[in-house]
Design a protein. Structure first.
Length: 257
């Protein structure tokens, strides 16, 4: 797997994104898949201005790509639903008390504001929209970490810290960070683990949909408060994803709310 990582600068970031797509397209033999993810919202509070603005920006950029490449690229839209309510800091990830979380809903269910937006913007096909759940990513990341520990520990640093074991990612030029903690037989995934699993799942779904594709670009609109966990999760993907015959570029755009 070839993974290129980009953090899109401020300013005319659409131009920066276009360069990223163009570079991938140039080596893709006309089979490039571009995945655009905006609209991130918290299940408890619904779609806010950030969710709608990032989704709108993803549509605007998608229109530019269609205008330039026509049917020579495959364009896919997606949304990641925050159905965990995790509060992240440099050192910890904290779940709110259970009574503060609304009743679980199907990951594919979207707030009325987003459904209305999609109806008005025909570039997004509702039945083709990929909707992901942070809760599902969290659970799946634990299984990925367990499997990695069973297969080999290359790229991982296992340390004892009091009553629990910390499973950290250790990569060149990266300060080790915690992916999960293990207390007895119980694993607790941290925020970067949720992100690496999310990107891993996106790629899996895209490869299912486009069997012949080998070149993929993921463009992800995120809140700047999630910067550390997103960048760390993206870095962890290089260790947690088995080598495969594809090229992947992940571009992250961060906005202040």
């Amino acid at each position: 797997m070839s993974l290129e990582k980009e953090i899109v600068p401020k300013g005319d970031y659409h131009s920066s994104l276009e360069v990223i797509v163009e570079n991938s397209y140039a080596t893709s033999a006309g089979k490039l898949v571009v995945y655009l993810e905006g609209g991130h919202f918290n299940r408890q509070f619904g779609a806010d201005e950030f969710a709608l603005n990032t989704l709108s920006d993803a549509v605007a950029f998608g229109k530019k790509l269609i205008s330039k490449y026509q049917k020579n690229i495959k364009l896919v839209y997606g949304i990641l639903v925050d159905d965990l309510g995790i509060a992240c800091s440099e050192d910890s990830c904290t779940l709110p008390q259970l009574e503060k979380i609304s009743e679980p809903q199907t990951a594919g269910e979207l707030p009325e504001e987003i459904e209305f937006f999609i109806q008005k913007n025909t570039l997004i096909k509702r039945d083709k929209l990929m909707v992901f759940s942070e809760r599902t990513s969290k659970n799946r990341s634990i299984e990925s970490i367990k499997k990695k520990l069973k297969d080999n520990t290359e790229g991982l640093l296992i340390t004892e810290n009091g009553s629990h074991t910390e499973i950290k990612l250790s990569a060149p030029d990266v300060i080790p960070f915690v992916l999960a903690r293990k207390n007895g037989d119980v694993f607790t995934a941290k925020c970067p683990a949720i992100i690496f699993q999310h990107y891993k799942d996106i790629l899996f779904k895209l490869k299912q949909r486009f069997i012949e594709a080998r070149d993929f670009v993921i463009i992800d609109w995120s809140d700047f408060s999630d910067h550390n966990k997103v960048v760390q999760g993206r870095t962890a993907l290089t260790v947690m994803q088995k080598p495969q015959n594809h090229n992947l570029t992940i571009a992250n755009i961060f906005f202040w709310r």
